[in-house]
Design a protein around this ligand. Structure first.
Ligand code: BES
Ligand code: MN
Ligand code: MN
Length: 453
């Protein structure tokens, strides 16, 4: 056995124990009460990176949560530089009572580790830290130059890093960006993502009467804000699931026949979708397959809605205000800001004189698509095939990683999305998990990728 294989074998338990320690830290970026946990999680990572043999560890304060930067640049100027990106922030845990074991007390069951952030994204970031450690500790060097930038606000829109990247081009300069923050199709079926959807998001407020009113005194003569909200939201799709906002599809790049043929090879369809989701039936644009609907078509979702009385008992009111959180998944070449303007204009046009509407947009993300014939893509494919025993399939993913297009533009480097999660990891949901064999295979794949490069 080579030194590195021995090292990896001997250090398996410790690698997992360290990840468990990190997963205990409740680094929820969207809740301000976790501010101190964010710094602790960033510093913990910086310390492990230093122990791994990486250099110039910096925990960089920002207006939001700190960034962690680190590098190892001794491979030589003729060797490529890889910039590894990931995020140490995690999603909130509610509904808490649906977790079988507490979200920040990692538990191992059936080869999976259950914890918030296990797959999204701590477990996947840590793969690359341990890959680099194994190479440095067993061989004393890396085959390529490596930089890491790990942020603590991905789940909140990547505000600080979006400003940091263009202002620190030289520091982050690289030949390729490597991101593990997605999933493969099955434990033995790797997949390479060549597209991610972008996002627009905003909060809608409908206002009717100046205050809540007694529904006996005013019902029948005043438009109920909850009802008006429901009417507006219902008008945003037609019966086939198409979005009715005028101009919404204007810049959607049509799918080519070649791409449709390639996506048709992805072994995922209605059966898998229903099994995974627990929904009674599929929904959406009938002229597109499930893989196309979730990866290559834009959507408009009502993420939350509230208004009026929802407490214990009953209160017969006509609510003054009703609210909805709305977001869109966008595809090339839709522009988040333009989409926000179109939605706002349409809602204003739809709004009856009985209410007023206000829409407040927040930080969005641009959609991403990459060419398939890049040499870095081929290196990723070889690395996956070597470790997983199967050639990867190429697919587009419905989720968003806001920084991807910022890297592409500011650094001019290709982005490789090399995920190690699984489709049923329950990201953002109760009982999030990470498949432990994928953690170890991920470490081997990361090493193989660096060597292949
Ligand atoms: N890791 C996910 C994105 C993702 C999900 C990629 C599934 C591939 C498959 C990321 O952490 C995420 O959740 N992003 C948010 C971004 C948003 C808050 C701006 C998303 O997609 O909702
Ligand atoms: Mn993520
Ligand atoms: Mn996420």
């Amino acid at each position: 056995m080579s030194a590195i294989t021995t090292y990896l074998e001997e250090n398996k338990p410790r690698q997992l124990e360290e990840l468990i320690e990190w997963l205990r830290m409740p680094s929820i970026s969207t809740l301000s009460e976790h501010k101190a946990d964010m710094l602790a999680a960033a510093e913990w990572l910086g310390a492990r990176m230093r122990e791994a043999g990486l250099e110039h560890v910096e925990v960089i304060p920002t207006e939001g949560n700190p960034l962690v930067y680190v590098d190892w640049l001794h491979a030589g100027a003729d060797k490529p530089t890889v910039l590894v990106y990931g995020h140490y922030d995690v999603q909130p845990v509610d509904p808490l009572d649906e977790w079988e074991t507490p979200p920040f007390e990692p538990d191992i069951r059936n080869e999976n580790i259950y914890a918030r952030g296990a797959a999204d994204d701590k477990g996947q970031v840590y793969i690359h830290v341990k890959a680099v450690e194994a190479l440095l500790q067993s061989e004393g060097a890396l085959p390529v130059n490596v930089k890491f930038i790990v942020e603590g606000e991905e789940e909140a829109g990547s505000g600080a890093l979006t400003a940091f990247v263009p202002a620190n081009r030289d520091k982050l300069a690289a030949n390729v960006c490597l991101i593990s923050d997605s999933h493969i199709l099955a434990p033995d079926q790797p997949s390479i993502l060549y597209g991610l959807r972008g996002m627009w998001k905003g909060e809608l407020t409908v206002t009717g009467p100046a205050t809540d009113l007694h529904s006996g005194s005013y019902g029948g003569a005043i438009h109920n804000a909850n009802q008006a909200l429901a009417e507006l939201l219902a008008a945003l799709h037609d019966a086939d699931g198409h979005i009715t906002v005028p101009g919404f599809y204007d810049n959607v790049r049509p799918l080519s026949d070649e791409e449709r043929a390639a996506l048709a090879k992805v072994p995922y369809g209605e059966k898998e979708l229903l099994e995974e989701s627990g929904a009674p039936a599929a929904w959406g644009e009938p002229e597109y397959t499930i893989v196309e609907r979730t990866g290559a078509r834009p959507t408009l979702e009502i993420n939350g809605m509230w208004g009026g009385f929802t407490g214990e008992g009953f209160k017969t009111v006509i609510p003054s205000k009703a609210h909805a959180k709305i977001s869109c998944r966008l595809v090339p070449d839709q522009d988040p800001q333009r989409i926000g303007r179109l939605i706002e204009a349409y809602l204003q046009e739809l709004a009856p004189p009985t209410i007023t509407v206000a829409l407040e947009s927040t930080q969005g993300a641009r959609p991403f698509i990459a060419p398939l014939d890049l040499p870095e893509m081929k290196a990723a494919a070889k690395a996956y095939a070597q470790v997983f025993g199967n050639e990867p399939v190429y697919t587009r993913e419905g989720g968003s990683i806001p920084i991807v297009t910022v890297f592409q533009q500011a650094l001019g480097a290709p982005v490789i999305l090399m995920g190690f999660g699984l489709p049923d990891d329950r990201l953002h949901a109760p009982n999030e998990k990470f498949h432990i064999p994928n953690f170890y295979k991920g470490i081997q794949t990361s090493i193989a990728f660096m060597e292949e490069l």
